[in-house]
Design a protein around this ligand. Structure first.
Ligand SMILES: [Zn+2]
Length: 288
């Protein structure tokens, strides 16, 4: 097993009615923890790099994409590379051009902050460019003019509008608003499982759950059973990572070697990844 196209993981998830765990990477340690956690769980996963993470690295996507490709290539489970929440059109074009070099298989273009017509127009153009490069393209349909897009609490994706959006844009996957919201550090969100089932029945493409860090494990499992096929997970890894570092450094003002406090943080992140893989892609169907 090795680096694989995102599309093959998603096709397999659709076929077997499970979801692809998709974890956000910020540092090299995230990539290492996600790959080892996926191997421990025996699960295929996506490593995903967001526009915000690219900005954090001075606008350069290449170093983390190279690390992701190297570690995915050496992994014992199938791993794909995805670009998450790309809002900047110019960046999307640049990343699509870079994709073959780093084995990137998919990209989420996020124009959910635009009104419906502008979202359709922009998403259609990026989808065409992505398809020409062989990429699987995810998009998001948010509240019209909504500042927080589809992930503001209370916002819901309308099934008819979503079906029209998918038909008009040609996207391969859709991030839906079903009750979760981004960057939650407590796992208290409830999801509209009836709406997930209705969207799954109406839409011809896989549904993506964003903001999963705020959703309890049992609710994530129910969402997958209802039809979610890609589960994005970011914040909870950073809750675990930062919590471990904070605990290690507390009362140890002489500790300066980052390996001494990163190691435990990476181990805890690895365990969290393995546990979430089992929730999102449960045994015995976790082997791709
Ligand atoms: Zn998201």
């Amino acid at each position: 097993m090795t680096l694989v196209p995102s599309r093959s993981l998603l096709d397999d998830a659709v076929l077997h009615e499970r979801a692809v765990p998709s974890f956000n990477v910020i540092t090299l340690e995230h990539v290492e923890a996600i790959v080892v956690g996926a191997e421990r769980a025996g699960s295929g996963v996506l490593l995903q790099l967001s526009e915000n993470a690219i900005k954090y690295h001075g606008g350069r996507a290449e170093p983390l994409l190279a690390a992701s490709r190297e570690l995915a290539d050496a992994a014992s489970v199938p791993i794909g590379i995805h670009l998450d929440h790309i809002q900047d059109r110019k960046l999307a074009e640049r990343l699509i051009a870079l994709a073959p070099r780093f084995g990137v298989g998919s990209l989420m273009f996020d124009a959910a902050n635009l009104d419906y017509a502008a979202n359709v127009a922009a998403t259609t153009e990026v989808t065409e460019a992505g398809h020409a490069a062989g990429l699987w393209i995810e998009a998001e349909l948010g509240e019209i003019g909504g500042k927080d897009g589809a992930h503001a609490p209370g916002v819901r994706t309308d099934p008819t509008e979503a079906a029209d959006f998918v038909a008009a844009t040609g996207v391969d996957g859709l991030a839906v608003a079903v009750g979760s919201s981004h960057a939650m550090t407590e796992r208290a969100a409830s999801l509209d499982l009836t709406l997930i089932a209705e969207l799954a029945a109406r839409l011809p493409v896989p549904l993506v759950l964003h903001g999963s860090s705020g959703v309890p494990d049992e609710t994530i499992a129910l969402a997958v059973a209802a039809g979610i096929r890609k589960v994005n997970i970011g914040t909870v890894l950073n809750v675990v990572w930062t919590g471990s570092i904070r605990a290690t450094l507390a009362g140890n003002s002489s500790l300066v070697d980052p390996r001494r406090y990163f190691r435990g943080a990476r181990d805890e992140m690895t365990a969290t990844v393995a546990a979430l893989c089992a929730v999102v892609s449960p045994s015995p169907l976790c082997k791709y």
